[in-house]
Design a binder for this molecule. Structure first.
Ligand code: HEC
Length: 235
């Protein structure tokens, strides 16, 4: 009996980190907004890359990803890659994606290749949607997920103006060029692209996984039939 009790206590402590992980807070929010990326949606990845190039590449590198890997995985035509995305004769397609930025950013913008793994997709998805105007900050804006963040709300023109109401909730007070739904979808594309960047092999890994499972199902069926055939005479 004591053994069972000890086992239960042991299992409780093993499971504890799992429960607490599920309850992690999202900055000042109780929890992050739910979001799950689909790295198999190539159009979404391409839209995410476009946004990244236009709005993020002046500060954040992707230095663990190579241009030609991006070209292959996202099906980008060579001329668009070289002329529109790389746009620098000194950079080869086999180079890592640094956008010509120094290794250590002067303003402290981290490399974003692995950030979705560190923070989680939902954290970044919520972070990019919860900027609000705050005159006490040097940047003029603040963030619910990352209070006091040094990053400007670079997508403010798309999202529109947000402030905090008396209860500390976000309130939209000015329109951007996108509706709220369009903006959420655009951030979804951006986070999907970042999730891909953190693990490009996920595209093939998940596809292969389905084949492996189908193979096991077919293999089990064959083995079961074979077993039935072999044991027929024994019974
Ligand atoms: C003007 C420069 C600048 C631009 C442009 C910019 N950022 Fe940032 N970003 C920063 C800085 C600086 C930080 C560090 C903030 C801090 O630690 O307080 C940061 C932090 C972040 C973080 C949090 C990283 C972490 O885990 O701590 C994410 C995610 C992020 N940026 C995503 C983006 C995305 C996506 C874009 C494009 C839409 C973008 N940023 C555009 C400057 C920039």
């Amino acid at each position: 009996m004591i053994k069972v009790k000890a086992l239960l206590i042991f299992l409780f402590f093993v499971a504890l980190p799992v429960w607490s992980a599920a309850e992690t807070e999202c900055g000042t929010l109780e929890k992050c907004d739910s979001f799950e990326s689909n790295v198999h949606d190539r159009n979404s990845l391409q839209r995410g890359l476009g946004l990244y190039k236009n709005y993020c590449s002046s500060c954040h590198t992707l230095r663990y990803l190579r241009w030609n890997r991006l070209e292959r995985d996202l099906d980008i035509p060579e001329n668009i890659l070289v002329e529109d995305l790389i746009n620098n004769p000194q950079v080869k397609t086999s180079d890592f994606i640094t956008f010509g930025l120094p290794e250590v950013s002067a303003i402290g913008a981290p490399d974003l290749t692995l950030r979705t793994r560190v923070r989680g997709e939902e954290w970044i998805y919520t972070y990019l949607r919860t900027f609000y105007e705050d005159s006490e900050q040097i940047t003029g804006s603040n963030n619910l997920v990352y209070p006091g963040t040094a990053m400007l709300h670079v997508l403010g023109g798309l999202q529109g103006r947000q402030v905090l109401d008396q209860n500390g909730n976000l309130e939209k007070v000015g329109d951007g060029t996108m509706t709220t739904e369009e903006y959420d979808a655009a951030i979804g594309d951006l986070v999907t692209f970042l999730a891909y960047a953190s693990e490009p092999a996920r595209i093939t890994r998940e596809k292969n996984g389905i084949f492996v499972i189908l193979f096991f199902i077919a293999f089990t069926a064959v083995m079961w039939l074979l077993n039935r055939e072999y044991t027929k005479d024994i019974k």
